[in-house]
Design a protein around this ligand. Sequence first.
Ligand SMILES: Cc1cc2nc3c(=O)[nH]c(=O)nc-3n(C[C@H](O)[C@H](O)[C@H](O)COP(=O)(O)OP(=O)(O)OC[C@H]3O[C@@H](n4cnc5c(N)ncnc54)[C@H](O)[C@@H]3O)c2cc1C
Length: 230
Amino acid sequence: MSKGEAKTSVKLLSAHDEAGNVRTFVFETGGLTWVAGQNQGWVLPHEGETNDDNEHWFTVSSAPSEETMSISTRVSDSKYKQHLNSLKPGDTIEVYEMGGDFTWEDEPSEPIVMVAAGIGITPFRSILLEREHNGKKLNGTLLYFNRDDNVPFRELLEELAKKHPEFKYQVIVGERIAGERILELAPQAKDQTVYLSGAKPMVLALAEELEKKSVKTKQDRFPGYDESNY
Ligand SMILES: Cc1cc2nc3c(=O)[nH]c(=O)nc-3n(C[C@H](O)[C@H](O)[C@H](O)COP(=O)(O)OP(=O)(O)OC[C@H]3O[C@@H](n4cnc5c(N)ncnc54)[C@H](O)[C@@H]3O)c2cc1C
């Protein structure tokens, strides 16, 4: 993660619930551009007691082709989330330029395995919608692990799987995630790159396990989440 100093102020357009405590906040782009899967620091324009109170990183959950910039997050009791959740349409937030290499842009593309845990689904929403918009193949398997049945973006991802036979979407609820289980559900992972996204400690542990088995990984790690709240 790295960021320059330049920040852009963007207006909130709307907000809506997804599933469980996941809520999406839709902003105007303010002229910012991003590659699907990228992330950046989002700063609430107030002085918090600590940096954590007013600055959090988020992956953009909308595809660039949607022409609005969304973040989707679990609304916790933290000062940052409570303030974010209190914003009204027209209120502003400041965003650094986008960065990160958790992207899937190559074409013709090698198939990949995507593994998302809980709120780690955000980059895949953006990546898959953008590939579809650009007429690229969605040749991958998305294994989605969640603590409960409140599955964000389920309808949209099921629709994509119906339209694109080369795209497989499987939801796994209430199971501990382990490298072995990923290889059982998607044995092709051994020969492909596995994109892992979710709570930082979970992604680190999974990556270590998979890499020991010589499986290549790419990682999007979210601090602030763990096995209890992902
Ligand atoms: C590249 C990137 C992309 C992200 N994308 C998303 C996303 O799409 N959606 C989403 O919901 N979240 C995302 N996050 C995580 C997000 O920035 C917040 O950390 C998370 O949402 C928790 O915020 P909170 O206010 O609920 O918890 P907080 O109250 O901020 O944190 C909860 C606990 O985690 C600890 N913690 C917080 N930040 C860190 C840190 N940097 N390192 C170690 N421990 C920490 C706190 O001390 C506290 O104990 C992303 C983070 C990164 C780095």
